[in-house]
Design a protein around this ligand. Structure first.
Ligand code: ADA
Length: 555
């Protein structure tokens, strides 16, 4: 399944799911499922290095091929019939390439994948989550015309109780001659058209359409109403391409200390969720995404943070359908200044932000963009990079607020930069201190350090517990103690009107790397702070969270 909804009725699209040939760099051959992690194979559980996937495809007539990878972990070099097509770094964002004039017959797609840690990888490093290996998200093969729709962005706006929308249609002409096209769109009960558009040879063109909508229902947590935006491209009276996007009419704003959805203040209460699940690693299929969603909503959550990287589009589709608000962030966790000064860091972050927003812009569930979790925001050099990335986000999307989860308590010099201030706090776990006292100290500091008058989110809080470890003494690592610590935090945050959101760390246990010394503080080489374990077995904290979150809005 490529997305949770159909994106093409005209364009010929297929998912290259199933069995691919795979060979490690030392010549071991396997048949692996795609999407999938190579760690699923018993001989590759800890394999870190290079491997090559190959797949034969058949083309029935001469055509242009568009080959898209929704996620390859973590570096890919793609070839068609041994001709280089494209390179991509970072496991968590989609990328696509065009191959013009492919002859009919059999062709071979080859993907050289590398999940090793090296100086060229500034973001995938030994860390408190696992960098898997493989074609971990869907692979899509499309036959496209010389002129096609590359992307669509929809920006809803509520003006005097009336919804208007701006539709940006990015078209591309890969032919050697100028094209004359029309675009037509059925959307939210309206028929929209733009005629006689000229697209010069070998260029892109963005067509902007503004329209007002009489009879639409807003997208909200309670009623996440979605509309299909069906865009078709016509040339000489023929529909030669199409792209269907699914969008919602909603506005995010931040007024004073609150985040607002359609003008109404909202309190985000939910989980940090890594893409990691028992035996299948990060290649979570929609069935299990659905299970995660069901569990989080059973506990009464209304928000999820995609710690610490852009998520699979199908999970974001599910959040759109279920009214689950999303904090999505670029890929970074705990990079100190030295790591932020890796020569590849700036470009790899820039590409990640660009691909995240370009591809995820239309998801109504995404209400905030995050960057650089716990990176070097206490340094001047780090501040320059935070500033650059916030500015890049605003260039791409002015409709959503920005934030970053800091742990540089009392030393952070970047709180003036984002729209929303967020901090990670482990009172009761790493520090045996009063949650209330430590929280007020943090909030007082934030008010003097650039965060005054801004919305504030506690982006992480929680404790570890080994699933099944029960202890009447409620010692640390027992399920009982985890439940106690989470409850003490919830009790404090519930009473603090200065907050606009809280995220428990974390929804489920996740694998971590042995490299980097994480094994020492991460029993089983897992981060065990999940409210459920990696197989989604609930710990005692599950019912505590459920009791608090399901009654959260009631004062
Ligand atoms: C940090 C970090 C998380 C996780 C957490 C923990 O706040 O942002 O990724 O490592 O600590 O479990 O200690």
């Amino acid at each position: 399944m490529i997305r949770l909804f159909e994106q093409h009725r005209i364009r010929n699209q297929k998912e290259l799911e199933g069995i691919w040939d795979f060979v490690t760099e030392d010549g071991r051959k396997y048949s692996l499922t795609v999407p999938g992690c190579w760690e699923q194979h018993p001989e590759l559980i800890n394999y870190r290095g290079k491997g090559t996937y190959t797949k034969k495809v058949y083309v029935s007539q001469k055509t242009n091929l568009r080959l898209e990878f929704k996620g390859v972990s973590h570096t890919a070099d793609v070839y068609l019939d041994n001709v280089f097509v494209m390179h991509h770094y970072n496991a968590f964002t989609p990328f696509a390439g065009i191959i013009r004039g492919v002859q009919p017959g059999e062709h071979v797609i080859r993907v050289e994948v590398d999940n090793s840690f090296n100086e060229k990888s500034a973001l995938h490093i030994p860390n408190d989550y696992y960098t898997y290996g493989g074609l971990t998200r869907p692979v899509v093969l499309e036959e496209i015309a010389d002129v096609y729709i590359e992307n669509i962005h929809f920006t809803p706006k509520l003006e005097a109780d009336k919804w208007t929308g701006e539709i940006e249609v990015w078209t591309r002409n890969i032919a050697d001659t100028t094209a004359n096209v029309d675009i037509i769109c059925e959307f939210a009960g309206e028929h929209i058209a733009e005629k006689d558009i000229q697209i010069t040879a070998s260029t892109n063109k963005c067509i902007v359409i503004k329209h007002s909508f009489e009879k639409v229902a807003p997208w909200s947590i309670e009623n996440p109403k979605l509309y299909m935006l069906n865009m078709q491209l016509m040339q000489d009276g023929q529909i030669i391409d199409d792209l269907i996007e699914r969008v919602g009419f909603r506005e995010v704003s931040w007024e004073g200390t609150r985040l607002c959805l359609n003008g109404t203040p909202v309190f985000l209460h939910g989980f940090n969720r890594h893409e990691d699940y028992g035996v299948i690693g990060c290649a979570i299929p929609p069935q299990l995404m659905m299970q995660d969603m069901n569990l989080m909503q059973d506990m009464g959550a209304n928000a999820v943070r995609t710690c610490h990287y852009p998520n699979d589009e199908r999970f974001l589709d599910l959040c759109d359908e279920r009214g689950m608000l999303v904090w999505e962030e670029n890929h970074a966790r705990g990079l100190d200044l030295e790591r932020m000064q890796n020569p590849h860091f700036d470009e790899q972050c820039k590409d990640c932000i660009d691909e995240m927003i370009t591809n995820h812009y239309n998801h109504p569930s995404i209400v905030i963009w995050g960057i650089l979790n716990e990176c070097a925001s206490e340094t001047e050099e780090g501040r320059e990079k935070y500033k650059m990335q916030y500015e890049q986000i605003k260039e791409l999307d002015k409709t959503r607020p920005t934030t970053s989860a800091t742990c540089r308590h009392f030393t952070d010099i970047c709180l003036d930069l984002p729209d929303v201030v967020s901090f990670n706090m482990y009172s009761g776990w790493y520090q045996d201190v009063s949650v209330l006292e430590r929280h007020n100290k943090e909030m007082d500091w934030i008010a003097t350090a650039g965060g005054a008058g801004k919305p504030i989110i506690v982006s992480e809080f929680g404790a570890a517990a080994m699933y099944g470890y029960r202890d009447r003494g409620r010692s640390k690592w027992s399920e009982e103690r985890q439940a106690d610590i989470i409850e003490e935090n919830l009790r404090v945050y519930k009473e603090d009107d200065r907050l606009t959101g809280i995220f428990i760390w974390q929804f489920a246990d996740c694998r971590v790397t042995e490299e980097g010394g994480w094994f020492a503080t991460r029993a089983r080489s897992h981060n065990n702070k999940g409210v459920v374990d990696e197989y989604r077995r609930p710990k005692e904290a599950y019912d505590v969270v459920k009791q608090w979150f399901t009654n959260w809005e009631k004062k």
